[in-house]
Design a protein around this ligand. Structure first.
Ligand SMILES: NC(=O)c1ccc[n+]([C@@H]2O[C@H](COP(=O)([O-])OP(=O)(O)OC[C@H]3O[C@@H](n4cnc5c(N)ncnc54)[C@H](OP(=O)(O)O)[C@@H]3O)[C@@H](O)[C@H]2O)c1
Ligand SMILES: [Zn+2]
Length: 343
């Protein structure tokens, strides 16, 4: 098969199209003909190096988000057939450890992630356990489907599972062009929340307003918390989703109402945040770190997605052989929505 991999860490040019043997399915695995794969930040971080996930090895075929068609099966496959249109849950838990037995698959020490610590979707074919495939309904295209896994599972986990977002609440989320933010807006609006989105880009905020954000704020202009209070009757947001990290962490806390919740799940602007302790405890704030999803949570999220009527937001589509170009696009910071690769 054809694939795009990197044998070393470095600039986008290390991504090279190659021929490699077709994957061989083990027991319970299906062979999927990849029709679309999306590009995520983890692909770029691990391309630059070092590898971040346990089990990462060079050469590496990235691509955590895969949609395609089942074209073969290993022994003992019972639920999938040739021709099935599927989406892959990339988080492959071991199924036998204590954490898996307790249902906490996100903490499985044997976790392997498709496209992050084993071969991913920057390829024509991929072998994955049938238990981690989800049937894609006919009204959802492969490119839309491939844009779902990483960002919708993260936004769903952060908002619905960890943040316990309720109808009528006000959500504040940063980073208008981020895939997680776009997913968060679509999830929150469809669960009856009011959504405030921030960015330093007027252009991205205008697109966010079209996508359904109730209020957009340029965080580069003035005091963000004061602007949030102004549009929330002086109270502040009920919940903030922060994947940006230190650049806005203190502003996120200051934008919350008393007893508000800050759910954080990313470190785009650095690994360490500084914030006012007294500002957080005196106002009864709750800080919630959001781990990635457990196995059943992914199924809940896609089951919701299929009938949610979300608008797919696709930034750009590149041929698989031009993955380096796709990475440059992600690194430009100009994206709005998902970048896709098609074999
Ligand atoms: N916990 C998990 O399991 C998990 C899973 C997936 C992702 N993540 C993390 O979540 C984060 C977001 O992922 P993503 O794929 O959505 O990333 P992305 O598409 O690359 O978006 C990054 C966003 O960060 C914003 N940003 C960058 N620098 C900023 C600054 N100085 N001030 C304010 N905003 C800034 C940008 O805002 P504008 O659009 O406004 O320019 C951009 O939208 C990443 O850190 C990723 O590692 C975590
Ligand atoms: Zn396990």
């Amino acid at each position: 098969m054809r694939a795009t991999h990197h044998e070393t860490h470095g600039a986008p040019e290390v991504l090279r199209p190659v021929s490699m043997p077709d994957p061989v399915c083990g027991p319970g695995e299906v062979l999927v003909s990849v029709r679309a794969a999306s590009v995520n930040r983890i692909d770029v971080l691990q391309r630059r190096g070092p590898g971040l996930l346990p089990g990462f090895a060079l050469p590496h075929v990235p691509g955590t988000d895969v949609a395609g068609v089942v074209v073969g099966a290993g022994p003992d496959v019972t639920t999938r057939s040739t021709g099935d249109r599927v989406l892959v849950d990339p988080s492959l838990h071991c199924g036998t450890c204590e954490q898996c037995a307790a249902g906490h698959t996100a903490f499985c020490p044997g976790m392997r992630v498709v496209g992050a610590s084993r071969q991913g979707g920057y390829a024509e074919l991929i072998a994955v356990p049938e238990t981690h495939t989800h049937l894609v309904p006919d009204h959802i295209g492969f490119e839309e489907a491939a844009g779902i896994p990483a960002v919708y599972s993260m936004a769903w986990q952060a908002l619905m599972v960890r943040g316990r977002l309720r109808a009528g609440e006000t959500l504040l989320v940063h980073g208008a062009g981020s895939g997680i933010t776009i997913a968060a807006v679509q999830i929150a609006r469809r669960h009856g929340a009011r959504v405030i989105v921030t960015s330093a880009s007027e252009e991205k905020l205008a697109k966010m307003a079209k996508l359904g954000a109730d209020v957009t704020i340029d965080h580069g202009k003035g005091d963000l918390a004061a602007q949030v209070r102004e549009v929330t009757g002086g109270l502040g947001a009920d919940i903030v989703l922060d994947h940006v990290g230190p650049a806005l962490f203190q502003a996120s806390l200051a934008s919350l109402r008393t007893r508000g919740r800050l759910v954080f799940c990313g470190d785009t602007t650095g690994p360490t945040a500084t914030f006012s302790l007294v500002g957080a405890y005196h106002r009864g704030l709750t800080l919630i770190g959001s781990e990635s999803h457990d196995h059943p949570t992914f199924a809940d999220m896609v089951a919701w997605y299929w009938s949610a009527g979300c608008e797919p937001v696709i930034d750009s589509v590149f041929p698989l052989a031009e993955a380096a170009q796709a990475h440059r696009r992600l690194e430009s910071g100009e994206t709005f929505g998902k970048i896709l690769l098609v074999p």
